[in-house]
Write a protein that binds this ligand. Sequence first.
Ligand code: G1P
Length: 297
Amino acid sequence: MISPVRTAIFPVAGLGTRFLPATKATPKELLPVIDTPLIQYAIDEAQEAGIERMIFVSHPSKSAIERHVMDDAKLRADLKARGKPQLARDLQEASFCPQTDDVVFTMQHDPLGLGHAVLCARDFVLPGPVAVLLPDDLILGQGCLAEMVAAYQECAAGHMVAAMQVRPEDTRKYGILSTTGRQAGQMIKADGIVEKPSPDVAPSCEAVVGRYVLDASIFDDLANQDPGAGGEIQLTDAISRGIDRVGLAGFRFSGHRYDCGSKAGMLRAILHLATHDPEYHDVLEEHGLRQSSAKAA
Ligand code: G1P
């Protein structure tokens, strides 16, 4: 698949305080959803969307992410020596090789916000629009970024954000779109975006989920962006500045989003996967989360 969106940025420098103490030594992006770390889902999604270059904006204390993402020849050799060649091949398949894969790690030393994290990737992006994936937002089912990249070609807007309806009391947790009401298919036309508004001032309940396809002018807007909500440089604010110039659209993705930045969201994602994998049906039955197949028959 040839994609007009060649670069994906993964902001992974955050401290993950909501998951302490689990994230004291383990980056939150490496927390497993059963057996696959969150970051791997986001990488797989970007690959499915035809992304050529992946840029990880990380933090020096989170070097384990790089160890997960990159090939480990020593581990593979050890596995082969122990008679596990298939496991070695599987690991190689799922990892990046520095010689052949286009992967960049750059550091965000200070927690200055999501917008600042994206700006840290500026010197490494390929020409054209860029994708941003927040690995905390796990989207299962149809690959969200691939859908967005396909829709982006038809879309008149330069900035496109994944969007979903939330309850009014939850607007303060998300970027919220101001929609113009004219909607076509999965596309939502928007003329504004605001970071984490309280319900009384939120322009809608159409919330931004962590997948973005952004016009390259986002970097100039980020470079000139003052701190916003929470004293951080917000990606939402820089998107907002570009609306008059490049336009903005929301995209109603087909998959199901899990907020794996929260413990309840992580549990929901694990239960979803367990429900769809017969290997875990006994466990679900033991906990009354599934009717036993004998009873159902
Ligand atoms: C970030 C963005 C927010 C977006 C959310 C999606 O917030 O700033 O606009 O709606 O991701 O998960 P965070 O959850 O990092 O506070």
